[in-house]
Structure formats: structure tokens, C-alpha cells
Design a protein around this ligand. Structure first.
Ligand code: B12
Ligand code: SF4
Length: 570
């Protein structure tokens, strides 16, 4: 524990007696959950900070990624998730199994201590991007304090920007929002042996009692630094066995989807990084052997002029051996045939799209500007260009019903794409969290200023929302695997069944792409599911509502790589 009272000039004096510290350690914590997406973990936010810190002569920024390079380790099932045992608590069966064990992904405590102990840090920065994993950020802070009891610790990231009070009792500072400029100011102050609390550093918080600003100050986006990966090992970040890196071409997003919280960090000004700078970064990375570029922008193609110019410039590099992706998703309202052609030309093989829902009312509720017609026309254009599509839909948002979610899955089954399910969770800072979740709380208050980690919702609200996290740690449950939310219109078994049915559909698509015909034994287990409403050879719950829907109408399924189709019925 170190905050206001402990961080004083005495600490600065102690530091100055020892060898002059000049390292700034930037740490990405490990993750504890049922799964992780290990092809998308490059800590690009920390790389931007390292790029900014390089501008200070004598300061040595080093990134340590505690999520990469370790062995995944099974850890005890959390007491908060006992209610998930009927769903995940069985060894995986069949091609469409979901999760099984609870893991720690990344380095062990011993490995982390080994990785940090040889440095002489002036400051340690820890990211707290994800609310559900805020405790891992705190545990990492406590490990760092063991090794460097006198070194100040600063945290930042999405969770830190929303709920700094959950962290400030265990670290010295939080920098809210985008931290390129504020981190430089903080490090300069420490380097010059000034007390940062007396300096005017934008977005700096040092006490849980400090009020939060309405909006964080954003850095000048035209002057953002180029990300640098000091300390990271390139072989930890690969895709299809190729070395890969994240590319960010802009900040924020002009859309306002109800379930999304990115504006809490990036504000509402959607701005681009100059194309020349993005290109220079890609050239450096190409020279370093990177052959896969993953654009992690929140809305890469919204500004069609910028996107077309960027793709044209990339094409001019004649990098015939690269592959590109936008795994964070593309907003298909801006995708034209011409745009997809240039994307194909620079090495896009597939597109990640978010349909969210096929239902206009639910789409309105989620404030998405997209339409089903536009989705299907995008699928057609993609098919013509032999671009593969993975399309995501949401499961279990208040306002959804089982037939509505099922009909969206049927649209994805029918389309030439893979289906991706996104079980809903209340993301702190998202509009739906502000509108619905906070209204469920008797002690309603602005999320920006809440100190509470316990929710006190009553179940008698209009939609009949019930949370498994009631009276528990609400941040911990803000994750896909928690299946936290039930309403009058769906329960956890419905969500679980639809989630797994998504895998069943994709299993069928794989068979279709292999050229198998509908009566092939490959599809027997699927026929059994449709007929019996059970999972073959296991007693895991199966939704009776979904079973009825499965029996009601034949399901038309198109392949992923081919447009061959089969029709399955009970
Ligand atoms: C890439 C990404 C991932 C990657 C992992 C990224 C990583 N670093 O390891 C993957 C795909 C694995 C992932 C997974 C999840 N993600 Co994600 N992800 C993102 C995404 C799209 C981009 C993050 C990014 O690189 N941004 C670009 C950089 C420049 O911004 P940044 O990281 O925020 O960094 C800036 C500031 O935050 C700050 N900062 C960051 N770190 C630090 C540290 C210090 C010390 C300081 C001072 C400042 C600071 O300064 C940086 C520069 O300006 C964001 C959305 C978004 N736009 O941020 C969601 C986002 C972070 N994810 C989110 C969530 C919820 C998840 C999941 C937990 C969802 C789930 N499935 O349950 C999963 C976890 C699943 C799992 N078990 O792995 C939420 C977090 C919301 C919250 N408060 O919890 C976000 C914001 C999206 C959303 N829904 O609104 N994610
Ligand atoms: S979900 Fe995607 S499109 Fe919607 S506001 Fe967030 S970043 Fe933008």
C-alpha cells in the first residue's frame, strides 16, 4: 500500500542515494480466465508509451509482457463462478465443447520477479485495461512492491480510467485516458526529483478521493509517437506462424454502440494518425521481419478516403509476402467493393464483422448503424473476392429474446461465413451499463465516480434482469465467460446452448467445405442434437426453448470457404 502519505520527498531522497534509476518498466499483467486469445495480446498501448518516453534523454523505457511466453497453468475455480460448474465443469467433449478449466495465462510470479529484478526503475507502469482482471493488475503491483519497495507505481488503461479508486489504494498514481503526454510529464517530474502531485500533469490522479474529470485530456493525435517494442520478444507475437504486429491508424470511433466503452479512454474525437507515420512504422516492422499486420483500430474504414489512401500507399510498398487482418472488427457500413478489392490486394484474407443482431429492434437498442441487407451484400462482395468472413453476434443483452438470438444465428448459418458468438456482459463505462445497470442499483450514482465494487441491484426491474454477480464483485463478472445476465426472456442455459450451437453450426460449415453431403455420418451428432435436445454423451444442460426452435424449421447452412449449402431438419 502506498499512496499520498507514503509518496513523499523522503522516497525521492532514498532513490537519489542509490544508483540513479533511469528505467521505466511498463508491464502488461497476466490474465486469469477460462480462455484467452493469444494471437492478439501485443501490448500496443504500452508500446505507444515507450515511444513517447524515448523522447526524454537518459530515460530507458522497457516493456515486460507478463501475458506472453509463460505456460498456462490450471488454477482453482473461483468461488464467484461456482454457478458455472454445470456448464464448464466437465472435460471437453466433441467438436463443439466450450470451456473447461480456469487458468492463469502468462508468466508465473517467479518468472516476473526474474524479469524485473535486474532493472533499476525510476517508475513502474502497469496497465489495467480489463475490469474483470483488475485484481491481476493489483497482484502485479504488489509483486513489484516486493522487489522495489520504494519505486512509485502508476496504472492506466480502460479500467484504470473508469475506476481508478479500485487501484489507487495499491498504487501511487493513475493516469486516465490516453497517456502518451501525461506519462512523459510524470517521468520528467520524477527524473527531475519533483513531486508529481505539485506539477500540473494532465489526467493524473493520486488519491481515491480525487474527483474524476468529465473527460480525459487527449494528446495531440497528429503528434503521437511511433510505438516501440523495447523488451518484447518478437516470437511471442505470431499469426499463422508469421511474426505479427498490431497497427493503430487512429483513435476513437464515431459510432456509439450501447455495449462499448472505448470512449471512456479515447473520448469522442475520432482522429487519424498521419498516413506517412503509419507507413513509416510498418516499414520499420517489415524490416524487422514482421509479415502479418493486424489493424486493431476501433473503426479502420469509417473515413473511406483515409482508408483508401492508406491501402494504396501500402500497396505501393510491393510487400508481396505480407498478410493483413483487422481482428478487432470492421464496420461494414463503410465497406465498398472497391475498398474490399484494395484490402484483398494488400493481403487481407479474411474479414471480421460484427452483425450483432439480425433484428431491427434489438439493433436500435444497441445503437448500431448497420443493417442486415448491408451485411448480406458485404458477404456477397467478400465471396466474389474470395475473402473469408467471420461474423459476430451478441447473446444475452437485455432486450433480446431466445427466438431473436436464434434467428440471428440462422442468418449466420445461411450466410457464407463463420459464426462467432459474443455472450453479453455489462462493460463498465458503456452506455448500456450507465443506462440499465446503474438504474438497477438502489444507490444509483455516476459510474465515473463510483468507489463500490459490490452491486446492490434488485431483481424487480422491468426486464427482470438477474445477475449472478449480485452482491459480489461486479467488475470480476464483466467478462464473456461469466454469463452473468439473465432476464425474463432468457436464462443462462439458453445462452449456453446458443453459444454451443454456434460451434455446432461452424462444425457443419467445416463438413460442407469438405464436400460432404447432408446424409453423411459426419452430421449424425448434429441430427441427434436437433432430435433429442441434448448434447451427445453428456448431461450438460440444453435449453428447451432452443430445442423447440431447432425442431420448428429446417436449418439452412452454407459453408465458410465454399458456398455449398445443406438443409438439416429433425
Ligand atoms: C486488443 C484488445 C484485446 C486483446 C488483448 C489486448 C492486450 N493488450 O493484451 C484481446 C483480443 C485478447 C482482448 C480480449 C478481451 N477484451 Co479487449 N480490447 C482490445 C482493444 C480492441 C484494443 C486495445 C488496444 O490495444 N488499444 C489501443 C491502445 C493504444 O490503447 P490502450 O491499450 O487503451 O492504451 C492507452 C491507454 O489506455 C493508456 N494505457 C494503457 N496501458 C497503460 C498503462 C499505464 C501505466 C498508463 C499510465 C497508461 C496506460 O495509454 C495508452 C496509450 O494512449 C480494446 C478496445 C480499445 N480500443 O481499447 C478492447 C478492450 C480493452 N477489451 C475489453 C474487454 C472487456 C475484453 C475481454 C475481457 C472481453 C471478454 N471476452 O470477456 C477479453 C478478454 C478475453 C481473454 N480472456 O483474453 C474492453 C475493456 C473494458 C473493461 N473496462 O473491461 C475493451 C475496452 C473493449 C470494450 N468492450 O469496450 N482485448
Ligand atoms: S463497438 Fe466498435 S463500432 Fe461500436 S462504438 Fe465501439 S468501437 Fe465503435
Amino acid at each position: 500500500m502506498a499512496h499520498e502519505t507514503e509518496f513523499n520527498s523522503l522516497e525521492l531522497a532514498k532513490q537519489s542515494q542509490s544508483l540513479l534509476p533511469n528505467d521505466v518498466l511498463l508491464l502488461q499483467p497476466w490474465i486469469e480466465d477460462f480462455y484467452t486469445t493469444d494471437c492478439r495480446i501485443q501490448p500496443i498501448g504500452l508500446a505507444f508509451l515507450a515511444g513517447a518516453l524515448q523522447s526524454i534523454p537518459g530515460v530507458n523505457p522497457v516493456i515486460i509482457d507478463c501475458l506472453a511466453g509463460g505456460q498456462k497453468k490450471t488454477i482453482p475455480w473461483p468461488k464467484e463462478f461456482q454457478y458455472l460448474k454445470p456448464y464448464y465443469g466437465r472435460a471437453p467433449q466433441g467438436h463443439y465443447a466450450l470451456f473447461h478449466q480456469y487458468y492463469r495465462f502468462g508468466l508465473s510470479d517467479t518468472q516476473i520477479i526474474e524479469a524485473i529484478q535486474n532493472y533499476n526503475p525510476l517508475l513502474i507502469g502497469i496497465s489495467s485495461l480489463f475490469s474483470p482482471y483488475y485484481k491481476q493488475s493489483l497482484a502485479l503491483a504488489s509483486l513489484c512492491k516486493q522487489v522495489f519497495p520504494h519505486c512509485p507505481i502508476v496504472m492506466g488503461g480502460n479500467h484504470a480510467s473508469l475506476h481508478p479508486s479500485t487501484l489507487l489504494q495499491h498504487c501511487d498514481f493513475v493516469l486516465g485516458g490516453e497517456a502518451e503526454e501525461s506519462m512523459v510529464a510524470l517521468v520528467r517530474a520524477l527524473f527531475n526529483k519533483q513531486d508529481p502531485r505539485t506539477q500540473s500533469i494532465p489526467n493524473l490522479l493520486h488519491s481515491p478521493k480525487q474527483p474524476l474529470p468529465k473527460q480525459w485530456v487527449s494528446p495531440n493525435r497528429a503528434k503521437l509517437p511511433t510505438p516501440v517494442f523495447n523488451g518484447l520478444q518478437a516470437h511471442h507475437y505470431t499469426y499463422n506462424s508469421q511474426k505479427m504486429c498490431f497497427v493503430i491508424t487512429g483513435r476513437s470511433c464515431p459510432h456509439r454502440c450501447s455495449f462499448c466503452s472505448i470512449h471512456s479512454v479515447f473520448g469522442y474525437n475520432y482522429e487519424h494518425i498521419p498516413i506517412a507515420q503509419v507507413l513509416q512504422y510498418m516499414q520499420q516492422q517489415y524490416a524487422n521481419g514482421i509479415r502479418h499486420f493486424d489493424f486493431e483500430d476501433d473503426n479502420l474504414t469509417y473515413d473511406t478516403t483515409y482508408a483508401m489512401q492508406l491501402f494504396t500507399e501500402i500497396a505501393k510498398q510491393n510487400w508481396t509476402d505480407i498478410e493483413c487482418s483487422a481482428m478487432n472488427g470492421l464496420s461494414y457500413v463503410s465497406l465498398t467493393f472497391e475498398m474490399l478489392q484494395s484490402m484483398k490486394h494488400i493481403g487481407f484474407e479474411s474479414l471480421n464483422l460484427a452483425l450483432v443482431t439480425a433484428n431491427p429492434q434489438v439493433r436500435k437498442l444497441s445503437q448500431r448503424p448497420h443493417t442486415l441487407e448491408r451485411f448480406h451484400s458485404t458477404l456477397q462482395m467478400a465471396s466474389q473476392l474470395q475473402l473469408r468472413v467471420i461474423a459476430y453476434f451478441i447473446l444475452g443483452m437485455p432486450g433480446q429474446t431466445v427466438p431473436e438470438m436464434w434467428s440471428t444465428l440462422c442468418e449466420l448459418a445461411k450466410g457464407q461465413c463463420l459464426a462467432g458468438a459474443s455472450p453479453f456482459y455489462f462493460t463498465p463505462g458503456s452506455p448500456i451499463h450507465k443506462n440499465i445497470y446503474n438504474n438497477m442499483h438502489s444507490n444509483t450514482h455516476n459510474t465515473q465516480s463510483t468507489h463500490a465494487t459490490h452491486n446492490t441491484c434488485n431483481d424487480t426491474n422491468q426486464m427482470g434482469i438477474k445477475l449472478a454477480s449480485k452482491n459480489k464483485d461486479a467488475y470480476f463478472a464483466a467478462r464473456l465467460t461469466a454469463m452473468d445476465v439473465e432476464t425474463n426472456d432468457f436464462d443462462r442455459t439458453d445462452i449456453y446452448t446458443l453459444f454451443r450451437m454456434t460451434r455446432v453450426i461452424n462444425y457443419c460449415k467445416e463438413g460442407i467445405d469438405k464436400g460432404l453431403l447432408v446424409h453423411h455420418s459426419y452430421f449424425d451428432s448434429v441430427r441427434e442434437i436437433i432430435q433429442t435436445g441434448t448434447w451427445p454423451h453428456e448431461p450438460t444442460p440444453f435449453s428447451s426453448k432452443v430445442h423447440q426452435l431447432l425442431q420448428a424449421n429446417p436449418i439452412v447452412i452454407t459453408g465458410y470457404k465454399t458456398n455449398n449449402t445443406i438443409t438439416l431438419c429433425s
